[in-house]
Design a protein around this ligand. Structure first.
Ligand SMILES: Nc1ncnc2c1ncn2[C@@H]1O[C@H](COP(=O)(O)OP(=O)(O)OP(=O)(O)O)[C@@H](O)[C@H]1O
Ligand SMILES: [Mg+2]
Length: 224
């Protein structure tokens, strides 16, 4: 399996003792698979997604992505691994306001040593075309609609052809129509690019688009 999560636990130390957020979570996903994660606020969905994306470390258990244990890597290698293998889409687009749409999509390529600039720029343009923004390459984020900004964030997340595409409430700030189209876009690109897709959402409408759905409950993932 491309993604293999075993007995993953996460505790946060607090002044009043240890807070157990994730407890023995197990999950395997193949390259062709997608998953929607639902669950109440504070149940640990973002914590889980951050660990999958190596932004946070587990307290126990293992994550393997394409047979690599990222948490066994040295810090610099881990950063390169994250940049190269994982794409993130957040609720807020996190675009750089002073950069154009095309420049924003190219940001991950600036720190990647093993990509050819000409290839990645052509691919960035192609992705922007596919998300419907081929005519907005020179716009600044402030000159885009909310849905368009989120589409740029999707293109940016995919520009280095990650194994794993993670999205935390990607449609949380969008109206219903834009939410649906960004959700469909994520699924379409996941299928075309053969990238694992894990989306955290409170929206049942978005979750319903996914063939596989799970809920975070008492620190573990249960199928719904
Ligand atoms: N750095 C931290 N230190 C201590 N506790 C934390 C830390 N980060 C998160 N938590 C706690 O972990 C729990 C899970 O947080 P998380 O952000 O994963 O929830 P969530 O399921 O994504 O919620 P939401 O749907 O509101 O986004 C929360 O109770 C939160 O208070
Ligand atoms: Mg969250």
């Amino acid at each position: 399996m491309a993604l293999d999560v075993r007995n993953l636990s996460k505790d946060y130390p607090t002044r009043s003792g240890s807070l157990s957020i994730l407890r023995n979570v197990n999950l395997t996903l193949d390259r062709s698979e997608s998953l929607a994660v639902m669950g109440p606020s504070g149940s640990g969905k973002s914590t889980f997604l951050h660990i999958l994306g190596t932004l946070d470390r587990p307290s126990a258990g293992t994550v393997r992505l394409d047979d690599t244990d990222p948490f066994a890597l040295a810090e610099a290698d881990l950063a390169a691994f994250r940049n190269r293998r994982v794409g993130f889409v957040f609720q807020d687009h996190h675009l750089l306001p002073q950069c154009s749409v095309l420049e924003n999509v190219l940001v991950p390529t600036l720190v990647s040593r093993d990509t050819r600039p000409a290839d990645t720029e052509a691919y960035a343009r192609q992705l922007l075309d596919r998300v419907g923004l081929g005519g907005r390459l020179d716009h600044r984020p402030a000159e885009l609609s909310g849905g368009e900004r989120q589409r740029v964030a999707v293109a940016r997340a995919l520009v280095l052809r990650p194994v794993l595409l993670l999205a935390d409430e990607p449609t949380g700030n969008l109206d219903r129509t834009n939410a649906r189209s960004v959700g469909e876009l994520l699924l379409e690109l996941h299928r075309q690019e053969n990238t694992i897709l894990v989306v955290v959402t409170h929206s049942l409408e978005l979750a319903r688009l996914f063939p596989r759905r799970m809920e975070m409950e008492d620190g573990t993932l249960v199928p719904v």
